[in-house]
Structures are given as C-alpha cells and as structure tokens.
Unconditional design. Sequence first.
Length: 276
Amino acid sequence: MKLNIIADSSCDLPKKYLEKIKLAPMTLKFKNEVFKDRVNISPTEFYKKIKSINYSPGSAAPSAGDFLTHLKENHDNFIIAISSALSSSYNNASLAKDMFLKKVNDGFVHVFDSLSASVGEGLVILKLLELREKSMDNSTLVNELGSYIEGLNTFFILENMDNLINSGRMNKIMGKIVNMLNIKLLMGASNKGEIKVYEKIRGSKKAFNKLIDYIDEYGTELENKYLGIAHYDCYEKAKKFKEEVEERYNFKEIIITEMGPTIATYADRDAILISF
C-alpha cells in the first residue's frame, strides 16, 4: 500500500522533506491572536512577531481530529509525535488511530513517540523514509524504527532562559541566576524523552565546543547517520557548527533547518539544537 506519514508541527526539517508528509499543526496562543503553526504563521513571521512582545506565547497540541483528517484508507499510515513527556500530541494521535480503525477495519496506523522534538523528530521521519525504501513489512519497520528512536541523541543550548522561565518549564530563581552568571545549560532528551540538564558551562564558546564534543561521547557509527542541526534565527552559527563537525566527524549527511514556531516558543534567539 501507499505510504502516508503524518507528524505534528513541532517537527523541524527543511521544506523539501516537509513537503513529503502531512502536518497536524500545533496551536500558538498570543494574548489577542491564535495561530496554527506553519499554516497561518511561518517561522520567519513568528521570529518577527515575538520580538515585539514581552511574554512567551502558549501552545497546544493538535487535537485527535487534526490527526484524523490526514489518515487515509488503503494506505500504510505512520504518525510521528513529539515526545509524550513534553506534549499530549502522542496521546491525541493514538486516539485518532483508534477512531480511524473503528471505521476502517482493515486499515493500518502506527503511532511513534519520537522521545524527541524539533529536528530530532524530523530525523525519525527521514529514517522511516529510508526504511520504507528497503521494502520491509510493516512489523519489521516498526521494530527497526523503534530501535532507532531509542538510540537517538538530542542536545541543545539556549543563550537565554527567559522563554523557558516564562513558559513554566524552568524555575524562575534558577533561570535568573543562570542568565546573570552567563552559565549555559547543556540540555537534552533523557531516555524517557524528558528535558534533562547534562552540564552547566560558563560562557557561550565553551558550551558550543562542548556540544561538538558530545557527538564523540554519545555517537556511534556516524558514517551511517544523519546529523540534524536546528537553529533559532542564527543560520551563520549553525553553519559554523556544521563546518567544525565536518572537520572532526564523518556523518552520512548533515542537515541544517530553522526551528519552527512551536519549538521556538520555548527556546530563544541564537539557540542551537542537534540530533544524531
């Protein structure tokens, strides 16, 4: 059967890849306006808009209906969701699956918890496309992709903690101390898909270099893997990171993409997130 991939819009990938899938949009809530991520607000428009406010907009996961509208009969339907530890997107996608299969008895739907976000979620989609080309049955594909998700590494550095503080995902007192002392938190996804602080580092340059070192510390068989780099309005910084990585490591391919509005809501300008 034909392939049908659906992801929530916290997935960050270059446009040429996003055009191959369907997106269930996150909702972004400003004080007087509501937007659908990548439907009526683009990353560039979001970056511009958020400069004019002094608060962090809220976000809401796609509803079960948002996923259900993209599920198709006579297709192999795969849904990729942001980590279930960060959003109800996975639960809503699972509900959509149940609703669909009640109507279509012989349909196929599988929902993956990416245990990641941003370009990490995006790499799960690229791996799914790669596995699909090998013509394996769905059961084998599900097992292979599940193993890939378990081995995926995601790390990020924020230059400023204000959005994370305002969103309630970081203690206010700790956040203010971190900002004041120029301490950079090297954070990432735990094996349960939760946000975890891996290291506290003084200064942006040291944190930048440590993020590169993490590839050596946590990476294996890099020649068979993608490296995804997502940036918040700092392409030159992401490009420099890519160039320095290329001097030390041999990835199958390195992809640079901008953070979409959903992820940018909790990050801040000059943030870098990597997955491999």
